[in-house]
Design a protein around this ligand. Sequence first.
Ligand code: NAD
Length: 509
Amino acid sequence: MQFLSNLGLQGFNYGTSTGQQTLGSESGSEKMTSYSPADGSVIGEVSVTTRDEYEQVIQAAQQSFETWRMTPAPQRGEIVRQIGDALRKHKDDLGQLVSWEMGKIYQEGLGEVQEMIDICDFAVGLSRQLYGLTMHSERPEHRMYEQWHPLGTVGIISAFNFPVAVWSWNAMIAAVCGDVCIWKPSEKTPLTAVACQNIVAEVLKANNLPEGIFCLINGDRTVGEWMTEDERVPLISATGSTRMGKEVAQVVGKRLGKTILELGGNNAIIISDQADIEMAVRATVFGAVGTAGQRCTSTRRIIIQEKVYDQVKSRLLEIYEMIRIGNPLEPDTLVGPLIDKDAVEAMQRSLAQVKEEGGTVIFGGEVLEGDGYENGLYVRPAVCEVKNEYEVVQRETFAPILYFIKYDTLNEAIAIHNNVKQGLSSAIFTLNMREAENFLSHRGSDCGIANVNIGTSGAEIGGAFGGEKETGGGRESGSDAWKAYMRRQTNTINWSTELPLAQGIKFDV
Ligand code: NAD
């Protein structure tokens, strides 16, 4: 496959790197194999980071922080600009690899790389806008202001479903903030991470930068735990399941480190009887079956006003009949495979539970067989009629299952909407301004993302991304999410000849 050699990936790849240098030796290190969920073939092997290599990485990161933090932020931005250009050059190859290793369709693979390019552009602008406020002091001839300093080493733990974009949201913002980073990608998608590291290495080399600014370590959760337990890593940004987030929060919290947690969602769309139904249906399909239902923002529930319930149901089922499922690199495919056998089994278990709890699977759900589907990872997206309170509806099944729920009044719809533990993304389809504003108001959606006449998935990088409740509360990407990667310092400067105390306290010595 041409894209593999264009990205510098051979059969065996080093999974540990401090930037330009790769660590580990082919003979000695443990290996993990990357398989394509498209056809089960081996794509390549990656070495697992050893404890010794981890130590080398940490030390390189700490040393490079000394120089990187003293590099003016706009110059750091210039490096990120070059990384954005390198990604433009490799967009097609990296998009194909993302598709081949993760299983999302090629268009979505390209979209993911575009998101990386977009965040680079955003970070370049940000590198001249790391603003602090100036305050008026209560004391005469005093000045107060705040400034933002880099934190140090940022540990990035990422999930399989966005194998490269999530890293870039963190790493590019962290880089302009003056931090150095260590990335532990998902063990299910190690090669995309090595490809990114190769792309970044070209830029680091061309600029003669020290080792340690962008580092990569590889392995399963054990390798992630080395970072979460490590006091030399002041910030852990972790993306993944709520189970993982709860573990990470406890370990990092115990040492009073900082976390950004981006965890599971249980996202819903409310479809009002005053909606543009065709638009609502199209957005629902993209949200529910895009990336085979393996986005944190995938649409899992639609809450439909009872007067339009039958209309929405029949139109959706018509479209579901036509969805093309198959090889993610084929241009006609809309839904690729699930990531692995565990994901297929989890989907089957959830569908069985729907029935046990009294719901109905009204479409799909089966594991496909036959030509092109031999590896057992292709499923037909499912549609179920359920009640919101079912245990199975309350949890995130990371697969294309869409739950239909009926409502009468908008207040009822919002109550159903919010009555889950997760709080990531949400949407309402309505042409009624009062309904839309209600949904966006403080008595409306309780999610980090709330949209009107746009589905739950496919966020732009300009906004802060993240969610409430069991989604973890973290914010990444745009807006002022950068503040989490820096420490705030408040400075008061006395330029008078007196030493007045705040609050008028008298303390004569
Ligand atoms: P996962 O939780 O199994 O793994 C995520 C990462 O965490 C992996 O790199 C894994 O090795 C690591 N990990 C697991 N346990 C750990 C521990 N105790 N300490 C340190 N590291 C640990 O998740 P996944 O299956 O790869 O991804 C799917 C999940 O990610 C879904 O729940 C999805 O909603 C969520 N997700 C959330 C967002 C978001 O922005 N909110 C984005 C993408 C994915």
